[in-house]
Design a protein around this ligand. Structure first.
Ligand code: 5GP
Length: 190
């Protein structure tokens, strides 16, 4: 049986990865979502095993030690990582799986899974991204400036990716990603 496709959706903070990924999951019910582990606290409404596997820092470090993570990264003081077994098992079953992760983690996946499909989600412009980060209303000016400079650096890593998708409109962004997945399945080498 043909293996499934590993799709990595990444991009700078504030670009809307989570929103696009949720919408894709609704539109493509056969697409399996990789639930990450994190050491951050759950937000209101988030469920263990659905949004994340919530772990203590110690538990997370144990997962790293036992080589249970395909990749992990520290992001704004918390750990985030992709459980390895679930991804490998899903691909073996011939199902496609999507990882919604930040840029450093995506590059680590690429080292291990060259055959993965790496999609970089872009804001329509840096000004728009700034507006979105400010729009959350929770960040200080220093934090916003810091996130903007991180975002600019992350965008500089786009050449490591296979596809660039502009998130100008959620519907269009999802259509573009759906088309990428369909096209990848049509490739002759597959
Ligand atoms: P949040 O705390 O807002 O849910 O996520 C913060 C960032 O961590 C987002 O950019 C999200 O894509 C990223 N992230 C979520 N899960 C993982 C993961 O398993 N690995 C990595 N490297 N990043 C992740």
């Amino acid at each position: 049986m043909a293996k499934g496709l590993l799709i990595v959706l990444s991009g700078p903070s504030g670009v809307g990865k989570g929103t696009v990924c949720n919408e894709l999951r609704t539109r493509m019910p056969d697409l399996v979502y990789s639930v990450s582990a994190t050491s951050r606290q759950p937000r209101l409404g988030e469920e263990h095993g659905v949004n994340y596997f919530f772990k203590s820092r110690e538990q997370f470090l144990e997962m790293i030690e036992n080589d249970q993570l395909l990749e992990y990264a520290e992001y704004v003081g918390n750990y985030y990582g992709t459980p390895r077994d679930f991804v490998e098992q899903t691909l073996e079953e011939g199902k496609d799986i999507i990882l919604e992760i930040e840029v450093q983690g995506a590059l680590k996946v690429k080292e291990k899974f060259k055959e993965g499909i790496f999609v970089f989600l872009l804001p329509p412009s840096l000004d728009e991204l700034k507006g979105r980060i400010q729009g959350r209303g929770t960040e200080s000016q220093a934090t916003i400036d810091n996130r903007m400079s991180v975002a600019a650096q992350e965008i500089g890593l786009i050449e490591n990716y296979d596809y660039a998708v502009v998130n100008d409109e959620i519907d269009l962004a999802c259509k573009r990603i759906e088309s990428i997945i369909i096209a990848e399945h049509c490739k002759v080498r597959k």
